[in-house]
Design a binder for this molecule. Structure first.
Ligand code: GCW
Length: 721
């Protein structure tokens, strides 16, 4: 560890012991380690942690030790002495299994074989608490888990926690551009200071790595999938290597988005054809060059032949041929390719929801072993709510990664409170029926359904240079929750909400209970005030800020919201049953049958799969038209109720964050009403019915909502008229 790092962390430790909290602005995320005030709980802990024995020897163990010192010092309000012996009563003993004393090892017997991969065990052993693992990174994960136990005021009596990550590649995708902007980023500029790298190391890089490691994230794709080839040039590889060095102790590998045409753009070749030997050689050389500087480089993420990005199809080659060429270049170094399945073509007139499946499923089994196909959550595009992607039930021979969007492109930017683990849980627990009932998407992701050799989950990051990282203070929960689910796709959103609220704000049940209810309802509420009953992609185009169901003038049909809702005098919705686009045929027959019948199709997907008359009767007995208005209203009402709840939370959060969330909720209310009013006014031009009585009446005209323009909305290059 560098001298300066030691100094910084020791100062932090001293400040923590003195009970001085250094940030009220959210910068410390869920790693605040607030001093425990309850004397009973404190005594319980000090009884178990009179001294610490900790294995030393490398940077990862150093990081674990520093985290523990800062954490314990701050939580307990006193520094715990480190000792050289593992035999002290009431001590905390931390070390890799093979380095533990024989009597402890003997005691662990049955558990040892269960601590697989990067897993860890925290257990009680003859008056000692032991944190152990096979690998150094397991020790770090174990220390974070142990500190979480204390942060949440949970008992250490007879503690026994054995955790093993369920997926291998737990990776954030940054859509960060080399010019410092972030595509679909709503929390400020990119945190990567390319201009100053490799010589200047921003303090944030390490805090970023720490935060990721604390939830088990082990990789970062640094750059946008709409890629610049320049990041593969020698000077950028130096910069990337500097970041990799900071991340390494925390078990975070770096990956880069690879532009398929890079051999042309920075290699001077006339082609990027994956079957061309010179192209293949170029990529092999590039891989060798990268690994020469970054021996643990993770690999490439590729968006190919999608939304104008170059790819193998430019040369008449398949996705498999393109992915395999890169995979062959990376294989000697144990690198992987994450090849995205987000494709839809302007030349394909079939339902956009069907296209990825149509292109990729026939290639099942044709990809190299070190290729993962990264499948977006949703066959359309990260919509507020989508049925699970049919590819998850259809590629038994190919590792499939989940790609969730953490940044809130379609869910209110970083202005709206939307707790995304609820959405993720809904998708992961969806049943593909691939091998009959119980064939959950989570089992595809962790590779147990069809025995996949490599598994993973990706999240498009919501991180930027805002002081609190994520713009909305409560959007930190989405970063946290993604990491937890990548580690364990079976976790419940409720547990994640509970953990995050306690770690970040308070353990008091008068705070945790009401706020948990708020978080858990928030996703449904946002869907209600944006796209209820299965509506989708009706946001304004380009920046995707606010409603735009009327947009019908873009060059590609599937870029227009009218393509998706198909509102007409007869009714509304996209018929994806056999009488329509037949997209349901891409699901297992049980699932298809459920979706095909409007009576059995879950109402939240109704208009996703069906075009129905305005007077169609919903389960509530209301007509579809009334039901729409009621749902929009419920969404708005939820924001009002949440404001009332939040006002009662003042005692539990600091003033700055209290005010920030209050102001953001005001905006959320304004925008929820905007969505309701604009959409209902527009749909009424087709339904020609009165608004339902449950719905507040719009205060403005449709013409007003249609006139709104936002050329400088964040997350996209400005597009002034
Ligand atoms: O949802 C769309 C976004 C694009 C994004 C694309 C993708 C990176 O609007 O900004 O491009 O998806 O996932 O490739």
């Amino acid at each position: 560890m560098s001298f300066s790092k030691k100094i910084t962390l020791s100062v932090l430790a001293i400040l923590s012991v003195m009970g001085i909290s250094h940030a009220n602005n959210g910068y410390d995320l869920w790693l605040k380690y607030r001093k425990i005030e309850d004397p009973g709980i404190l005594t319980g802990y000090t009884k178990h942690i009179r001294a610490v024995y900790m294995e030393e020897g490398n940077e990862t163990l150093d990081a674990a030790r520093e985290e523990l010192s800062v954490g314990l010092g701050s939580l307990l309000g006193t520094a715990v002495p480190y000792v050289n012996s593992q035999s002290g009563d009431h001590s905390l003993v931390i070390g890799k299994i093979r380095n533990l004393d024989r009597d402890i090892r003997k005691h662990l017997n049955g558990d040892v074989s269960k601590i697989k991969k990067d897993g860890f065990l925290i257990t009680t052993c003859q008056n000692r608490t032991v944190i152990t693992a096979h690998k150094d990174i397991g020790i770090l994960y174990g220390v974070f888990r142990f500190l979480r136990q204390l942060q949440m005021h949970k008992s250490l009596e007879e503690i026994h926690i054995l955790e093993v990550p369920e997926t291998d590649v737990r990776v954030l995708n940054h859509w960060d551009n080399l010019d410092g902007t972030v595509e679909r980023g709503y929390a400020g500029a990119s945190i990567w200071k390319w201009q100053k790298l490799p010589d200047y190391i921003d303090r944030r890089y390490e805090d970023y790595a720490r935060a990721n490691a604390s939830v088990g994230i082990n990789g970062a794709v640094l750059t946008n999938v709409n890629a610049s080839a320049w990041v593969l040039s020698p000077s950028y590889i130096e910069k990337v290597a500097a970041l990799a060095k900071v991340f390494r102790p925390y078990g975070i590998k770096v990956y880069l988005a690879a532009r398929f045409s890079a051999p042309i753009e920075i290699g001077g070749l006339p082609t990027a054809d994956p079957l061309n030997p010179e192209v293949q050689q170029w990529w092999r050389d590039k891989a060798n060059e990268i690994y020469g500087k970054i021996p643990d480089f993770g690999g490439f993420l590729v968006k190919a032949n999608s939304e104008g990005q170059p790819g193998p199809q430019d040369y008449g080659r398949s996705h498999a041929e393109g992915a395999n060429m890169l995979a062959d270049a990376l294989a000697p170094h144990n690198g992987i390719v994450m090849w995205r399945a987000f494709v839809y073509s302007e030349h394909d007139t079939s339902d956009r929801a069907k296209q990825a499946y149509s292109e990729f499923v026939p290639q099942d089994g044709k990809f190299r072993d070190n290729v993962l196909i990264q499948v977006k959550n949703g066959a359309i595009d990260f919509q507020p709510r989508e049925p699970f992607h049919p590819m998850f039930g259809a590629m038994p021979e190919t590792p499939l990664m989940m790609e969730f969007q953490i940044t809130q492109e379609y869910l209110g930017f970083s202005t709206h409170l939307v707790f995304l683990p609820k959405l993720y849980e809904e998708v992961l627990k969806a049943d593909t029926y691939r091998h009959g009932k119980g064939s959950l998407v989570a089992k595809v992701i962790d590779g147990t359904l069809d025995r996949k050799p490599i598994t993973g989950m990706a999240g498009v990051a919501n991180i930027g240079s805002d002081i609190n990282w994520t713009g909305h203070p409560l959007a930190q929960a989405n970063w946290y929750g993604f990491g937890r689910l990548a580690w364990d796709p079976y976790l419940g959103a409720e547990q994640i909400a509970d953990e995050w609220l306690r770690l970040t704000f308070s353990n008091k049940s008068d705070f945790v209970q009401p706020m948990k209810a708020v978080l858990l309802k928030s996703h449904d509420a946002a869907v209600n005030y944006m796209t209820p009953l299965g509506l989708h992609h009706i946001m304004a185009t380009g920046h995707h800020y606010g409603p735009g169901p009327w947009v019908d003038n873009l060059s590609r049909p599937e870029w227009n919201p009218v393509y998706y809702h198909k509102a007409a005098t007869r009714g509304i919705g996209f018929d994806r049953t056999p009488s329509g686009s037949n997209a349901t045929s891409q699901y297992a027959k049980e699932v298809a049958a459920m979706f095909n019948d409007p009576e059995t199709c879950p109402e939240e997907y109704l208009l996703w799969f069906h075009h129905l008359p305005w007077d169609y009767k919903l389960q509530s007995g209301k007509t579809l038209w009334e039901g729409l208005g009621i749902k929009y209203q419920e969404g708005v009402d939820w924001v009002r109720d949440t404001q009332a709840t939040w006002n009662k939370m003042k005692p539990y959060v600091n003033e700055q964050q209290f005010q920030e969330v209050s102001m953001l909720l005001n905006i959320q209310l304004k925008e929820a009403k905007w969505w309701r009013d604009a959409c209902m006014l527009y749909f009424r031009t087709f339904s020609k019915r009165e608004f339902p009585e449950e719905m507040e009446k719009p205060s403005r005209t449709l013409a007003y909502y249609r006139s709104l323009k936002f050329p400088y909305a964040p997350g996209i290059k400005p597009q002034p008229d």
